[in-house]
Ligand binder design. Structure first.
Ligand code: B12
Length: 215
């Protein structure tokens, strides 16, 4: 099993969609849970891609190939995630997106997969979303939760803009805000006035349930 995860991570690192899909399939057939393939294989590979990019060993096209391979496998795994039989979260409406200027979607999409598996209703705004569009969607859909993703130190400030705009429109008390993304921390969430921060998708589901006092 460890070999499968290692090979899956290596396929992502090599930007090979075909190999990544094949190792994911082998993993599933050997009984590895989709979540383990995501956390123990795909994400490990992509983190390494990020490190190589940072130190100049990889360039943008390498990162793009790795991201495409990752997205293809996620698409394959999405319908196979365990569905939560407990339906306490059924009526929860979540608006989620990645901030303006930021095109990173993979982390957000994993969070969405987990929230859907937990039975929540998702309004996915996509990437590069303006603060006005976030706030409009919260209002229109009467959302319980607003999830805001930002992956770059240059874009995380947008999260604060959105929270400030919610307050300006008198909507801040109507919705709980959770923020996520690799450069963030609890301190950041506190500083910008979010209700919660989650380091990964699983923590995200737990924190959202806690914010809404669900079991
Ligand atoms: C893949 C990738 C890309 C892909 C994105 C494809 C896509 N469809 O998403 C592409 C190639 C397009 C890309 C482009 C760029 N990228 Co890029 N990218 C990455 C990389 C390698 C992985 C990101 C990722 O998907 N991680 C895997 C997921 C699972 O992790 P995650 O996003 O952190 O999400 C998890 C948690 O954070 C959390 N979470 C995330 N969001 C949310 C939201 C909520 C509500 C909750 C609860 C939780 C949550 O849960 C998720 C799942 O567990 C990172 C390096 C890294 N390790 O982060 C660089 C990285 C983020 N990119 C970087 C850069 C510089 C760029 C570019 C500027 C490069 C360039 N020269 O053009 C462009 C920017 C484009 C733009 N305007 O956004 C830098 C950012 C540096 C900084 N300033 O902070 C990084 C850190 C690479 C590096 N080490 O230098 N990138």
């Amino acid at each position: 099993m460890t070999a499968i995860l290692q090979n899956l991570a290596a396929a992502i690192l090599g930007g090979s969609k075909g190999a990544a899909l094949e190792w994911a399939e082998r993993g599933l057939q050997s009984g590895v849970k989709p979540l383990e393939l995501i956390n123990g294989g795909l994400t490990v590979g992509l983190d390494e891609v990020g490190r190589k990019f940072e130190c100049g060993e990889y360039y943008l096209p390498d990162m793009m190939l790795a991201a495409e391979a990752m997205s293809a496998v996620l698409e394959k795994l999405a319908p196979r995630l365990d569905q939560d039989r407990n339906d306490t979260a059924q009526a929860v409406k979540v608006v989620i997106g990645t901030v303006k200027g930021d095109l990173h979607s993979i982390g957000k999409d994993i969070v969405i997969m987990m929230l859907k598996a937990a039975g929540m209703e998702i309004f996915d705004l996509g990437v590069d979303v303006s603060s006005a569009d976030f706030v409009c969607s919260v209002e229109e859909n009467n959302a319980d939760i607003l999830g805001i993703s930002a992956l770059m130190t240059t874009t995380i400030q947008e999260q604060k803009k959105i929270i400030d705009l919610l307050a300006d429109k008198g909507l801040r008390e109507k919705v709980k805000v959770i923020v996520g993304g690799a450069p963030l921390s609890e301190e950041w969430a506190l500083k910008i006035g979010a209700d919660a921060y989650a380091a990964d998708a699983i923590a995200g589901v737990k924190k959202i349930k806690a914010l809404l006092n669900l079991a």
